[in-house]
Structures are given as structure tokens and as C-alpha cells.
Design a protein around this ligand. Structure first.
Ligand code: PRP
Length: 184
């Protein structure tokens, strides 16, 4: 059976095997940098879940996972970075090595808010690992981004955690949505 979601994809930007290969490379780098530090991988619901789980599975060092959920005020594109915390971490991160795991950093405003919030809790260290980086759209500078999977152009991408109206997250690749769907 053909996946009906596939009809809405104009182009595959990053194929599934390339994604998994890159996640493995990031995991090896994190294994090296965080050996013996027992880092906490902090995922931001909901988009980062797919990446975080694959990354966690490929890590060899002892580590923990935890999640936060936030909601932007207003519409996505009008965001000022003001977000509401919907779900906080389960555990304390004071004196812990925290790695914030994101599916994408676009304007950087979400990450900037989370970095401020987490730093206030005095972690031993705080760094960001993002699968995708839309560098050209950045507003917030000076983010502690330590690992980037792929730098991507300013196109509307879905798949591997990224959604359009809550769909397409389950696609195993990162693809560009057809304009007709986007403008519907
Ligand atoms: C996405 C992504 C980041 C944020 C990046 O989340 O997961 O958290 O947008 O954008 P920014 O750099 O411009 O702030 P989204 O709000 O789409 O929610 P989701 O994770 O539930 O898909």
C-alpha cells in the first residue's frame, strides 16, 4: 500500500539512511565528549522525540533522557520567543551535564528561551545538539550549539519528527512539502 502522506512530498532532502548514518556520527562524538559524565539528554516535545530516541539508541555511554514541553504564544511565524512551559523536566539538572536535543533550530528563539531557563538551574554544563540547522533564519545568536546534523536551506521541511499541522512526523526522511499542501 502506498503511504498517502508521500503524495504531499515534493522532494526528499535527506534520505533515511543518510539520517541514520549522521545520527551515528553524532553519537560517536557525544560518546567521546561525554564519556564518564553521564549526560542528561533533554528533548523538547514533540518534534525532537524521533531524533532523540535514535540518538539515545546509538549512544554507548551511560546517559539519561528527560523531556520538556512548551507552547509558543501566537502563531509560529509571529513568534517573539515568548513561550509557555507546558511540562517541566522530571528530574533536577543542577550540577548535571545537560544536552538539549532539538530536531531543528530555525530562528533560535525557542532554544534561547530554554537555554536561559536551564542555565538558571546551574547545570555543570549545557550544550545543544540539533539535527537540522536553518542558519540563515537565525535571530537569537550566541546559542551553545555543539552538534549539528545538517545545515539546511530555508524551505518548509517535514518528516523525522517535523510536522505540518501535526502530520508527517513519522516519515523516515526529511522532505520538502509540496506548495499546494502548504498553501491549502
Ligand atoms: C520546532 C522545533 C523547535 C522550534 C525551532 O518546534 O522543534 O523547538 O520549532 O524553531 P525556532 O528556532 O524558530 O524557535 P514546534 O514549535 O514546531 O513544535 P513541535 O516540536 O511540537 O513540532
Amino acid at each position: 500500500m502506498t503511504d498517502p502522506l508521500l503524495f504531499d512530498i515534493a522532494e526528499v532532502l535527506i534520505a533515511s539512511d543518510r539520517l541514520q548514518e549522521r545520527v551515528g556520527e553524532l553519537a560517536r562524538a557525544i560518546d567521546r565528549d561525554y564519556a564518564a559524565l553521564r549526560p542528561v539528554l533533554v528533548g523538547v516535545l514533540r518534534g525532537s522525540v524521533y531524533f532523540l530516541v535514535d540518538l539515545s539508541r546509538q549512544l554507548r555511554i551511560p546517559h539519561e533522557i528527560d523531556f520538556m514541553a512548551i507552547a509558543a504564544y501566537g502563531t509560529r511565524h509571529a513568534t517573539t520567543g515568548a513561550v509557555r512551559l507546558l511540562k517541566d523536566l522530571e528530574d533536577e539538572v543542577t550540577d548535571r551535564h545537560v544536552l538539549l536535543v532539538e530536531d531543528i533550530i530555525d530562528t533560535g528563539l525557542t532554544a534561547s528561551y530554554l537555554v536561559r531557563l536551564l542555565r538558571a538551574r546551574r547545570p555543570a554544563s549545557l550544550a545543544i545538539c540539533t539535527l537540522l540547522d536553518k542558519r540563515t533564519r537565525r535571530i537569537a545568536e550566541d546559542l551553545p550549539i555543539r552538534y549539528v546534523g545538517f545545515e539546511i536551506p530555508d524551505r518548509f521541511v517535514v518528516g523525522y519528527g517535523l510536522d505540518f499541522r501535526q502530520l508527517y512526523r513519522n516519515l523516515p526522511f526529511v522532505g520538502v512539502l509540496r506548495e499546494e499542501v502548504f498553501n491549502d
